[in-house]
Write a protein that binds this ligand. Sequence first.
Ligand SMILES: NC(=O)c1ccc[n+]([C@@H]2O[C@H](COP(=O)([O-])OP(=O)(O)OC[C@H]3O[C@@H](n4cnc5c(N)ncnc54)[C@H](OP(=O)(O)O)[C@@H]3O)[C@@H](O)[C@H]2O)c1
Length: 322
Amino acid sequence: MIESVNSTSVLNRDRPVKLLVLGGGYSGRRLAALAARAGIAGVISHRDPSAAAAPPPGWHKVGFDSGSGLRPDPTALTDITHVVSTIAPDREGHDPVLSQMGDLLQTLRPQWLGYLSTTGVYGDSGGAWVDEHSPCQPRAGRSANRLTCEQAWLATDLPVQIFRLPGIYGPGRSPFATLRSGSSRLLHRPGHVFCRIHVDDIGGALLHCLALPDQRRQPLVNISDDVPCPASEVLGYAAHLLNCKLPPLQRYEAAAAELSPMARSFWSESRRVRNDLLTRQLGYRLRYPTYREGLRAALAEEDGTAVLPETHRGAEGSGSVT
Ligand SMILES: NC(=O)c1ccc[n+]([C@@H]2O[C@H](COP(=O)([O-])OP(=O)(O)OC[C@H]3O[C@@H](n4cnc5c(N)ncnc54)[C@H](OP(=O)(O)O)[C@@H]3O)[C@@H](O)[C@H]2O)c1
């Protein structure tokens, strides 16, 4: 049974959980909000904390910017027990946290450290399924850098767990705005699928894994939903929810030259990412197993009609935070 994660229960240890989220961007902020609703206090970093939105209740902002050398004041981090880094490799391919805060993390001696990576490290599988044991064959430079950063994290003596993510979506990162403005593109490439994950399943899975006993922690975990599928299918469902017309269908090959290099690099790889380790072995129950529930919830939140997601019980028993 998984121990509960809250401000008074301490995972069989003698300190309440206090989370440090490095990188208060999209996933970092949603994770902090989810943790706050579960009663977990924490600290969240921004490159410019004075410009960042207010943190959730029980949370504080600190400054961290590897570019300018801004580091958090260590006194703000003294009681940190768990850490999540959401920060991508820098332009040179180095991990900003390891290069600028590695010594500070060693001093903190966290009980667990989650690192957000990407399923891009698997490379192109031609649409075949990949899991955590699949070979990594990153194609693009940034995925190769990511794999190097994963390895650098795993080479530390910190209790690191790597989480590999596909495309992240959720409120504010959904197809609805471009559909409404008429600027979305309906692209199709036969046989090509993408994987995705709702941002609150990243937070939910992290809080779930954070609460697992040490012996159940796996070094690599995919966080992906149950349904890899073509981008056109997702856009079609989003248009259905909005009751609006889809743009004309274009074959990917015909449109590729007009896409950004980043978009073309996404379309150059296709894989189906297995989540069995997370959902079956580790017992995390996805809030949004497919894009359908995820898009409905995102639209409700964007339109201000959503009920905030509550912490719910995991598949393994009472009291877990998922
Ligand atoms: N977006 C996707 O679909 C996707 C897919 C797979 C994996 N990932 C990876 O998953 C992680 C989380 O993604 P996300 O979309 O939530 O990221 P995001 O919104 O871009 O947030 C990244 C955070 O990192 C901070 N940051 C960036 N460079 C920094 C530096 N040099 N020093 C200090 N802080 C720095 C940013 O600071 P500021 O708040 O000051 O901007 C921001 O808070 C990232 O590593 C991303 O590459 C993303």
